[in-house]
Design a protein around this ligand. Structure first.
Ligand SMILES: [Zn+2]
Length: 371
C-alpha cells in the first residue's frame, strides 16, 4: 500500500522538465503518462516515473524536488540550518557523520537553489524597492587567505531590512604589513596578477543598475566611499537622491546606515566563513557567493526582521511573502534555470564562473544531467 507521503498520492508534475520541450515554460494543454516506478534506498522508496506525451522525455517526481539525484536527501535541510547557524563545513561534516566534500557539494547545491529562489522573488521585490530608502555598504572579508581580501557589497531596505542583492569584488591587500608580507604580496602578484582597482566601481554600478529603477525617485544611503560616487555618476540616474554618512559616525540604531550595519553584523554572526581570524574562511570566491546566497534567503524569508518583534520577516515587511517561511518551504520545490530571467552576473554566479586566481586547477560546476 502507498504511504500517505508517497509521491504518487500527492504529486502532480507542474511542467515538462525538458528545457527544449514546448511545455517547459507553459504547461497549458500539456499531457504526460505515468510510466511505472523505480526503487531507491532513501524514503519514500517507491518513486513514480512519468513520460511527456510531447517530447517523450522520461522523468519522475524527484525531477521536481530540490533533492534530485541525492543519495542522502535527508541531509539537505539540516545542512542548510547548520550553515546559517555559524558552523564550519568540517564541523557540519562531523555532526552528521559524513565527509567534508559532501557538505561542500550540498552547500553548492543549496547556494544555486537560493540564487534561483531569490531571482524568482525579484519581480515582486523590485516594484516595492522605491517605497523606502535603500542602504548600501561593503563588508571586508577574504577567501583563500589574508593576501586575497574581498568586499561583499550589499543593498538592503532601510526599514524592511530586505536584502535585494549583493556583489563580491576582489581587492588588493592593503593596510599595515611587515616587510616580509610586502615581499610575499609582490611575489604573488608577479605570479598570478593583481586585482583590478577599478573593479569595485564597476561592480557597484552594475549592482545599482540591476536593482534600482532608473526613473522612480529613491533615496540611496551610503558612506563616503569615492567608488560609490563615481558609480552613481556613471549611471546617470537622476531620480536617485544620494545621502552619505561618514563611516566614523557611531553605528547605533540611529545611524542612517543602520540596516546595512546590522545586516553585516548578522553575516559575521551566522556564517563561519566571515568571522574574524577564523580558519573556516572560504577557500574560493565562488564558495563565498553560494554561502551568501543561502544566508540572504534565510535572512529575507525565514529569520525575523527584528528579535524584539519576532513575527515579521523582511520579505513580509516589503510584501514579497505573506508569512514567515521555514527551511522546509524554502526547499519545497526545485526551480529551473531556463524558466527564470537572470541578470548576467547572477547567471554567472549560478554556473560557478567566479574563479579564484589563487586556486590552481579549480573544479568548475559543469551541468550534465541537471541544470
Ligand atoms: Zn516534454
Amino acid at each position: 500500500m502507498p504511504r500517505p507521503t508517497d509521491s504518487r498520492v500527492t504529486f502532480n508534475p507542474p511542467h515538462c522538465p525538458n528545457l527544449d520541450c514546448l511545455f517547459h515554460l507553459d504547461s497549458t494543454g500539456w499531457r504526460f503518462k505515468r510510466a511505472g516506478f523505480y526503487r531507491r534506498e532513501a524514503r519514500p522508496h517507491r518513486i513514480q516515473r512519468y513520460r511527456c506525451s510531447h517530447c517523450h522525455r522520461a522523468f519522475s517526481s524527484q525531477t521536481f524536488s530540490t533533492t534530485y539525484w541525492l543519495r542522502r536527501p535527508d541531509l539537505l535541510a539540516p545542512v542548510f540550518r547548520a550553515e546559517v547557524a555559524g558552523s564550519g563545513h568540517r564541523q557540519i561534516a562531523r555532526q552528521f557523520g559524513i565527509v567534508h566534500a559532501t557538505v561542500q557539494r550540498l552547500i553548492e547545491r543549496l547556494g544555486r537553489h537560493c540564487l534561483l529562489l531569490h531571482e524568482a522573488l525579484r519581480k515582486r521585490a523590485r516594484i516595492r524597492i522605491a517605497a523606502e530608502p535603500i542602504v548600501m555598504d561593503g563588508l571586508g572579508s577574504f577567501a583563500g587567505g589574508q593576501y586575497w581580501p574581498l568586499e561583499l557589497t550589499g543593498l538592503v531596505g532601510a526599514n524592511s531590512y530586505y536584502s535585494h542583492d549583493f556583489v563580491i569584488t576582489e581587492r588588493r591587500r592593503s593596510g599595515s604589513m611587515t616587510d616580509l608580507q610586502k615581499k610575499r604580496r609582490a611575489a604573488y602578484e608577479k605570479r598570478i596578477g593583481r586585482p583590478d582597482s577599478k573593479r569595485l566601481t564597476h561592480d557597484v554600478a552594475e549592482l545599482l543598475r540591476t536593482n534600482l529603477p532608473g526613473d522612480t525617485p529613491v533615496e540611496l544611503r551610503t558612506d563616503e566611499k569615492s567608488e560609490y560616487r563615481t558609480a552613481l555618476k556613471r549611471l546617470r540616474y537622476d531620480a536617485i537622491k544620494h545621502e552619505t554618512t561618514h563611516s566614523k559616525v557611531p553605528r547605533t540604531a540611529k545611524n542612517p546606515l543602520f540596516a546595512i550595519n546590522a545586516h553585516h553584523m548578522f553575516v559575521r554572526h551566522s556564517g563561519a566563513n566571515h568571522k574574524r581570524e577564523t580558519v573556516a574562511f572560504s577557500k574560493r570566491i565562488q564558495a563565498v557567493i553560494y554561502r551568501h546566497a543561502i544566508f540572504q534567503i534565510w535572512r529575507n524569508l525565514v529569520k525575523a526582521a527584528s528579535e524584539r518583534q519576532p513575527i515579521e520577516t523582511p520579505a513580509q515587511r516589503i510584501g514579497v511573502t505573506r508569512s514567515p517561511w521555514n527551511v522546509g518551504r524554502v526547499l519545497e520545490k526545485r526551480l529551473f534555470l531556463g524558466r527564470l530571467d537572470l541578470p548576467v552576473r547572477v547567471r554567472a554566479s549560478y554556473q560557478g564562473e567566479f574563479t579564484s586566481r589563487f586556486v590552481r586547477c579549480e573544479r568548475l560546476h559543469r551541468l550534465r544531467l541537471a541544470t
